[in-house]
Write a protein that binds this ligand. Structure first.
Ligand code: PMP
Ligand code: GLU
Length: 397
């Protein structure tokens, strides 16, 4: 069967592929420490589940407005007013099947062939492939670990050309956990003010932040950027609702409308009862979020300390999200059976074979030196996995 040229431009999301592999190995009885999953291990709070059950019992089982039910778009508007002092209308909100789908729709609605999309690397795997699917050209800008994987204003300035259609910001970031401070964002804003491109701000990890780090919304820092910025958010990570598939795009009505039209010709609305549940997630008490983040922070402290203490590994201490992205370069050249480790993928394979630990290699995130570990798993699992990685490193020749 002939496949489209478009389908050959992209590869499966390595994040999802390896999470599925971990589940399959466990189903076969393999005692695996699984660090792949980019999703909270906590259950969705009961009040949210109960709301979905009530919606189901009430018969909320039909198509909804393609853009999302009014109470949900109003809840998103209220959230941005309450938390960031921003005034959006419900015509400036699109509810999609996850933040990923919201991004996809907006990229489809805004990119033309040849349009460049500036993406700081390491980056979440889907930004580049979704850009390619929309006919755009990803322009990856390599950040350095010394700079905490942050794009500098100079790098951003150099990357912006007349062909640049947009810049994608993700703070805190997947896969590095890097969060941009107010000053760091202001420095980027000063560059962006001088270049007329769109800004896509993927704020999906806004609530999962640690210690004294504060998340800042780019539009509330510089309201002048409002007309060319699209914000992305989701209930997936904040409320442990990855499977419910509800995310949002928030931005100027014209873009939201065009993205909604694309959605109307593809998936139609996001699931009706999941939308009802998302209203409760956004409007209800937020205590569970605080408790979950406190737990993630304890795990971050644990896993960063363990990885840093291992000979040959270095590890950036993230400000948010639930990933660490240790550098494994110094393991390159070490030997295992007849094989010599040379890439992050080799290291991941070695840890899987010898330690029964599964991580995600850095290549598809745009790194040739790092691997990603998700610590959205129990402390016991983290301890088991770290013990095994440490022992496996000692075995290398
Ligand atoms: N953005 C980032 C940075 C992510 O890590 C993810 C993965 N969960 C998403 C967007 C999409 O999440 P979802 O579709 O579950 O809302
Ligand atoms: N974003 C999560 C991850 O990076 C979930 C998988 C995905 O959507 O790609 O693991």
């Amino acid at each position: 069967m002939k496949l489209s040229a478009r389908s050959k431009l992209i590869k499966p999301a390595v994040t999802l592929a390896l999470a599925a592999k971990a589940q399959a190995l466990r189903a076969q009885g393999v005692d695996l420490a699984n660090f792949t999953a980019g999703e909270p291990d906590f259950d969705t709070p009961q009040r949210i589940k109960d709301t979905a059950i009530v919606a189901l019992k009430k018969g909320m089982t039909k198509y909804t407005d393609v853009r999302g039910i009014e109470p949900l778009r109003e809840a998103v508007v209220a959230k941005y007013a309450r938390e960031y002092g921003l005034s959006y209308t419900k015509d400036e909100v699109l509810v999609s099947c996850g933040g990923k789908h919201a991004l996809y729709n907006v990229l489809q609605a805004t990119l033309d062939p040849g349009d460049e999309v500036v993406i700081p690397a390491p980056y979440w795997v889907s930004y580049s492939d979704m850009t390619l699917l929309a006919g755009g050209a990803p322009k990856l800008v390599q950040t350095t670990e010394e700079n905490g994987f942050r794009i500098t204003p100079e790098q951003l300035k150099a990357a912006l050309t007349p062909k640049t259609r947009m810049f994608i910001l993700n703070s805190p970031s997947n896969p590095t956990g890097t969060g941009y401070s107010r000053d760091e964002l202001m420095a980027l804003i000063r560059v962006l003010e001088r270049h007329d491109c769109m800004i896509l701000s993927d704020d999906i990890y806004e609530k999962i932040v640690y210690e004294d780090f504060r998340f800042h919304n780019i539009v509330s820092l510089q309201p002048g950027l409002r007309e060319r910025t699209i914000l992305f958010n989701s209930v997936s990570k904040t409320y442990a609702m990855t499977g419910w598939r509800i995310g949002f795009a928030i931005g100027p009505a014209a873009v939201i409308k065009a993205a909604g039209t694309i959605q109307s010709q593809s998936t139609s609305n996001a699931t009706s009862i999941a939308q009802a549940a998302a209203v409760e997630a956004l409007n209800g008490p937020q205590d569970e979020v605080t408790a979950m983040v406190r737990e993630f922070e304890a795990r971050r402290d644990f896993v960063v300390a363990r990885l840093k203490a291992m000979p040959g590994l270095s590890c950036y201490n993230p400000q948010g999200a639930f990933y660490v992205f240790p550098n494994v370069r110094s393991l390159f050249g070490r030997k295992w059976k007849e094989k010599t480790l040379a890439t992050p993928a080799d290291v991941v394979e070695y840890f899987l074979e010898v330690a029964r630990v599964l991580c995600v290699p850095g290549e598809d995130f745009g790194s040739t030196e790092n691997i990603r570990l998700s610590y959205a798993t129990s402390l016991a699992e983290l301890e088991k996995g770290c013990d095994r990685i440490e022992a496996a490193i000692k075995k290398l020749a």
